[in-house]
Every structure is written in C-alpha cells, then in structure tokens.
Design a protein around this ligand. Sequence first.
Ligand SMILES: Cc1cc2nc3c(=O)[nH]c(=O)nc-3n(C[C@H](O)[C@H](O)[C@H](O)COP(=O)(O)O)c2cc1C
Length: 335
Amino acid sequence: MEPENLNSRKTDHIQLAFEAQATNLDDRFNYEPMLNAHPVAGCIPPLQLAGKTLKAPLWISSMTGGAQLAGTINRNLALACREFGLGMGLGSCRPLLGSDESLPDFAIRKHIGDQPLFANLGIAQIEEMLALGKVKQISTLVERLEADGLIVHVNPLQEWLQPEGDRIAMSPLDTITHLLDEVGFPVMVKEVGQGFGPKSMEALSALPLEAIEFAAQGGTNFALLENLRSDAFHQDMYEPVTHIGHSPHEMVKMATALCNRSENVIKTRAYIVSGGVRNFLDGYYYLRGIPWKTMYAQASAFLKYAMLGEKEVMEFTAAQIKGLELAYTFLTLKK
Ligand SMILES: Cc1cc2nc3c(=O)[nH]c(=O)nc-3n(C[C@H](O)[C@H](O)[C@H](O)COP(=O)(O)O)c2cc1C
C-alpha cells in the first residue's frame, strides 16, 4: 500500500471511531473467523432445480408482466439470472391466455439463456382451465414461453379482497393434485404474501412439486395491496384481514418439523423461503435452517434495481452473491 493511502486510512479510522460504536448484535449466527480464508468466487455449493443448475440458492420471485415497463424489468432480471447463474419466476401470465399482445414482455428465454425460468398462473385460472378441459392451453403457454415449468400462485385472500377478484369453487389442493395428474412439466406453488399454515404446508409438501415458495407474511403483501385499492369503507372493514398469515421464520419451523418426522412425508423437491427476506443474511439464515433442498427468494428488492436498469440490477445481484459467499465462509447457525 502507498504511504499516502495508509495515512488517509489511518486518519479515517481516527475520525470514524466514535461513530463506529457497535449496537444491535445479530445473534442468529456463530461467527467463525478461525476456520477459513476469505471466500473466493464460486465457493457457494450449486444446486439443481428442474434439471438445471443454480450457482447460488437465490431465486427471483414472480413479478409483473403485461404492464408498462414490465418488458424491460423482466429483461433486466433475466440478464442478471444469466450472468450469475440464478433462476426466476415470471409474474402472472394470465394476459397471455386470451391474447398475444403482451407476449414480448414475458418472452425472456433469449435473455435468461439456459437458466431456470417458470411461467406463472393463479389458482383461479388453473381451476377454470381444468373445469373447461383446456389443460392444453396451459401446456401451450409453458411451451411458448420456453419455460421450464409453471408456478401456481394460491391467493384466496387477495382474490377475496380484490374488488374485481375471482372466486374459487374447489380447494386449491384438489386443483393442484388434478393439475399434476394432467401435465408433465415441473410445477411450483406459492402464496403472494401470507404464507401457508401448517396443514397446508404438510399437504403441499406431500405432493411431487418442484418447489413450494413460501411468499410469507413480512414483505410485499398482496392482501394489503388489494385492500389499499378498495374504497375507504371496505379498507376500514377488512384491514384486520391483511395482518393474517405466517412469517418466514414460522414457516421455516413448519418445514423443519416436516423434515424431522420419523416417516418421510415430503415429496416436494425443494423449498423456497420468501416474503420479507430483507437481505442475504436473512436468506442465509432461513435457507440453512431447513434440512431439505432450500433456496431463498426476493421480489421487491430485485424490482427496485431492475426498474433502475440493467447495470443497477447486476450490481445488486453481485452484492447479494458476495454477501452470501461471506456468510457461507464465516457463519453457522446458532441452534
Ligand atoms: C410488483 C409485484 C408484482 C407481483 N406479481 C406477482 C404475480 O404476478 N404472481 C405471483 O405469484 N406473485 C407476484 N408477486 C409476489 C411476489 O412473487 C412475492 O411473493 C412477494 O412480493 C413477497 O416477496 P418480497 O417480500 O421479497 O417482495 C408480485 C410482487 C411484486 C412486488
């Protein structure tokens, strides 16, 4: 190091020492500085999803499509997945069931390369298509997007609170079981900000899904979002409903309890912890907490940078991965 750099660093240390007084210990982790050298790129164990490789256990949650800016946002997210070896879900592809107008917003296979990409439909649409014997339309959607499979979002609270929301006539469990009987591609199931309770988690985990994404209560919450779209009277009446749900922490415990059962009750191939995952340390904490193939996912955090541009989302993703590398190298979970 040049002497003048050393000098200026030492001056920084003196000036900043009084500001650098530690508060708020994050006591979720054991910090082990003695056991490893600094991480090098590629030190995170890769994992398989839908027969493809993720270089890090990080998934970009389903967002947006068919709206202004959606094409650019999806393209930026896809490019980040390609660059860093990640995977992503598209936002609801419902607009594509009736028309091709917004196809360019969703058709991002050319940008994402060979990384995992999943289409997305709501449970109400799946129920309707199955009832009408139109399952072929679902397969065609997946094929046209060159997707690796389909995410079904299960969102009864959101639909119920949405002024123009759909109503489902069957249990989502029956609908998804029926779907799995009819299609050959991988299927994931997610919520949209409330998560799943223990009985739902147990029943879902017993299905041969590619993954269950928690979309837990704690981050972007679509029940809350729909309630904000209502008139003042309905907002006031139903505001208490928006607090219902399960935190990612609680859902990690549910999944772990299922893994620890003496008989093997889990057929789903992976869990994705999402919904209020604030950063890579949260993500690492949650994913290491479940003794099953597990990733973490974020939606709004990626959206913030994908809206700004390609460079910004690349920087954000690179920072997440570097942070994860640090966590894998020096942190274990306190039990
Ligand atoms: C702008 C936006 C659009 C979304 N659209 C969808 C969607 O179409 N389908 C879906 O399954 N989830 C959708 N979600 C929910 C996310 O996939 C995720 O479950 C939720 O935002 C929680 O993640 P977060 O707390 O990291 O934002 C959307 C989220 C955002 C922020």
